[in-house]
Design a protein around this ligand. Structure first.
Ligand code: ADP
Ligand code: MG
Length: 352
């Protein structure tokens, strides 16, 4: 239903692998001084001088991670790139290069692949990343995208999941749960569309949550702000799977525990309204929904005053010496966080 309509259809089998590679990479330009050689040789060449090099990859498989019935191809390419940049920012680094592996079946015409690459290239332009290579092959089943992002971080500025200390503050950026609610809206509309193809969904009341699902942004801005504020987080991770499991990654790897406060978790009003409509708690969406691509980090208490008036940040709790990860609800109950399927509040009236 949201699919970009492109009337032209060029058969991939007529084009061949090299024709396809040429078509999708011919207009790629290079911006980063660290990129010495991009597309066109057996390997890309980079030089990061005295910085640490970062690399991260995330597979995206049709039917597992996305459904083309409601995911426009250009958005898919954009999201594939951005979620990989997000992993680099989560190390406190800057993304500089992207390679993309691509497996396609012949049911896709050239124009569909070009749409995916329009999204990838747009993300690269916006985030100042050079597309320097990839691989292309055929697939007998669905579409597979395998992007790899490379990046840099100055030595000594790298931030791992493992550095959180007792009494550190737990901070999140932006707001949580919206991308998950957007997914539920898109899935619902898709079901309606299957039964009634004339159905024209009005997604305007859900514009924000749907955009958070279809066009997520990675928080490069936060890495710059932290640097300006001279705040070096003690631990950091990006929120791809939901707040609960990300907190637990930090606490497990740091050998500490955590307490977070339900009322402090930033949730957009549209997420709250949509969650009410779906009869789930917005807190469940924030804790378990995932795909928000916000940053979750811990800071030493002495850094609190540097961030306290910044609207980008919400302090949601603190690290404890005792292991164990807990949510303190508004009525002061202490509930153990679960990595997945934390649904104690599911199907109950909203906590608000
Ligand atoms: P090789 O045989 O050495 O693997 P290829 O013919 O696969 O080389 O690729 C030629 C060039 O095109 C390489 O620089 C490669 O990185 C790039 N490339 C291939 N597929 C893609 C793709 N899907 N996206 C971006 N670059 C690609
Ligand atoms: Mg190859």
């Amino acid at each position: 239903m949201l699919q970009d309509k492109n009337p032209a259809k060029t058969d991939l089998s007529k084009l061949g692998e090299f024709g396809l590679i040429e078509a999708i990479t011919k207009d790629v330009s290079l911006k980063n001084p660290s990129t010495i050689k991009g597309v066109g040789d057996d390997a890309a060449v980079m030089s990061y001088q005295d910085k640490l090099a970062l690399a991260s990859t995330d597979l995206l498989v049709e039917g597992v991670h996305f459904d083309l019935a409601y995911f426009p191809l250009k958005h898919l390419g954009y999201k594939a790139a951005v979620v990989n940049f997000s992993d680099i920012y989560a190390m406190n680094g800057m993304a500089t290069q992207l390679l993309n592996g691509l497996a396609v079946s012949n049911r896709f015409p050239l124009e569909a692949i070009e749409e995916i690459y329009e999204g990838i290239k747009l993300a690269c332009r916006i985030y100042d990343v050079d597309l320097v290579g990839g691989d292309t092959t055929s697939s007998r089943s669905g579409l597979i995208l395998a992007p790899t992002a490379l990046g840099v971080v100055p030595k000594g500025k790298e931030v791992y999941r493992s550095g959180a200390k007792p009494n550190d503050l737990i901070v999140v950026t932006g707001d949580l749960g919206a991308a998950y609610m957007g997914l539920l809206v898109l899935q619902r509309e898709n079901e309606v569309f299957k039964v009634n193809p004339q159905h024209q969904p009005d997604l305007s009341p859900y514009a924000y949550v749907v955009e958070r699902q279809l066009k997520p942004e990675a928080r490069r801005d936060i890495i710059k702000i932290l640097d300006e504020l001279k705040v070096l987080p003690t631990a950091m991770i990006d929120i791809s799977d939901g707040l609960s499991s990300e907190i637990m990654h930090i606490t497990h790897q740091s050998g500490v525990g955590a307490q977070i406060y339900a009322e402090k978790i930033p949730i957009d009003p549209q997420t709250v309204l949509t969650a009410e409509e779906f009869n789930i708690s917005e807190l469940t969406a924030a804790l378990n929904g995932g795909e928000d691509y916000e940053l979750l980090f811990t800071i030493s208490q002495k850094d609190y005053e540097k961030i306290q008036y910044r609207k980008e940040f919400a302090v949601i709790g603190h690290i404890t010496e005792e292991p164990g990860d807990f949510l303190i609800t508004q009525d002061n109950q202490k509930i153990a966080l679960k990595a997945q399927g934390w649904n104690a509040l599911k199907n109950k009236p909203s906590q608000k």
